[in-house]
Design a protein around this ligand. Structure first.
Ligand SMILES: O=C(O)CCC(=O)C(=O)O
Length: 341
């Protein structure tokens, strides 16, 4: 099992065969351009109606945006990045104490995406944690490096507040009550994926993470401030979202696409690798309560005509999550399994 982790510190000169994608499914990095007009939203603005409008435009056009002045201070972010890097630079023996390829485990270090299901692996190791309620899970978290638990609990508490503020803005941007999404999503869970992409010998042949959408409600991503790798699919074309210092990248997950009746899209995105530098990203996922019923908001589909019906059928988040992990990451959009026929 140890051989599966790729954060070994060793640099390979060729990519092992189990990571090589068929010719038709490669990143074609030279065809990817930077997204020039990617929205950058200042959350400290006191002009609420303008903020709501910016969120509406960003969610309609991209399903992704960046936020600055979000309230999480630089020190907390730097410490998060620092313990994450320290974690991945620990010895294999130390890291293997947390290794598991069972997606139902609430704390685990793993590699690729879902090694039990996939045929081709991805150039990524990742530490996955449940972060809410913290008291329920913190005892499972890594005890090394020593400051890990303190730093990650502070970071995840603060990021949760940012997510809640954004959910309120998104509710308003859909013309719904401010607390609409918070109420429907129930007592939200919070998961974290600390992604580590070592330098890759042949980035044109593989992915760090292949194209996927996020199964949860809202994702708050902290990108490595110097190394590029995140790309999103807009109108059939891949664009690079290069890091902006001090910004979080926010994206709409599948559940907000369902609740908005498809008005906002959970957009395909992927991570690519490079030959020179390891890349780190920390994704925080806000997830509906397991029993929360995902039902497209009535005002968004109810029309005058009698035959009007929502795009998606009602389902619980628990049902959705099970379906998501039973598939391969880059299959059809998982929401297609929940269409209202
Ligand atoms: O590393 C990145 O920039 C993307 C991470 C991501 O999409 C994920 O963890 O689901």
């Amino acid at each position: 099992m140890a051989g599966k982790l790729i954060s070994t510190g060793l640099r390979l000169t060729t990519l092992p065969g189990n990571y090589v994608r068929p010719f038709s499914d490669r990143p074609r990095l030279s065809e990817v351009s930077q997204l020039e007009d990617f929205p950058l939203i200042d959350l400290s603005s006191t002009d609420r109606s303008r903020l709501v409008q910016q969120i509406h435009q960003a969610c309609t056009r991209f399903g992704f945006f960046q936020v600055i002045n979000h309230g999480v201070d630089k020190e907390t972010i730097d410490e998060m990045v620092s313990v994450a890097n320290e974690f991945f630079s620990m010895s294999m023996e130390e890291k293997m104490k947390l290794y598991s390829d069972d997606p139902t485990r609430t704390t685990r270090l793993s590699t690729s995406f879902n090694v039990k299901k996939e045929e081709i692996n991805n150039w990524r190791d990742y530490l996955r944690l449940h972060c809410y309620p913290i008291d329920k899970y913190i005892h499972e978290w890594p005890s090394n490096p020593i400051p890990f638990k303190n730093v990650v609990s502070k970071y995840s508490r603060e990021v949760r507040e940012v997510g809640f503020r954004i959910e309120e803005l998104i509710s308003e941007s859909l013309g719904l009550e401010t607390d609409y999404l918070r109420k429907v999503l129930g007592e939200q869970g919070q998961h974290m994926a600390v992604n580590y992409y070592p330098p890759c010998p042949e980035p044109e042949l593989t992915y760090g993470l292949p194209a996927h959408t996020d199964p949860n409600a809202l994702t708050i991503l902290l990108q490595d401030s110097t190394v590029c790798g995140l790309q999103i699919l807009i109108d059939g074309q891949w664009f690079a979202i290069n890091p902006h210092p001090d910004a979080f990248v926010i994206n709409i997950g599948d559940q907000l696409q369902a609740l908005s009746n498809g008005v906002y899209k959970s957009v395909w995105h992927r991570a690519v690798t490079n030959t020179e530098m390891p890349r780190l990203s920390v994704a925080s996922f806000l997830c509906p309560a397991d029993c929360a019923i995902m039902s497209p908001a009535k005002p968004l589909w109810e029309a005058e005509e009698d035959e009007s019906k929502p795009v998606y059928r009602d389902f619980t988040y628990a049902e959705y999550y099970k379906k998501f992990w039973s598939r391969n990451l880059d299959q059809e959009h998982c929401l297609e399994n929940f269409l209202n026929h």
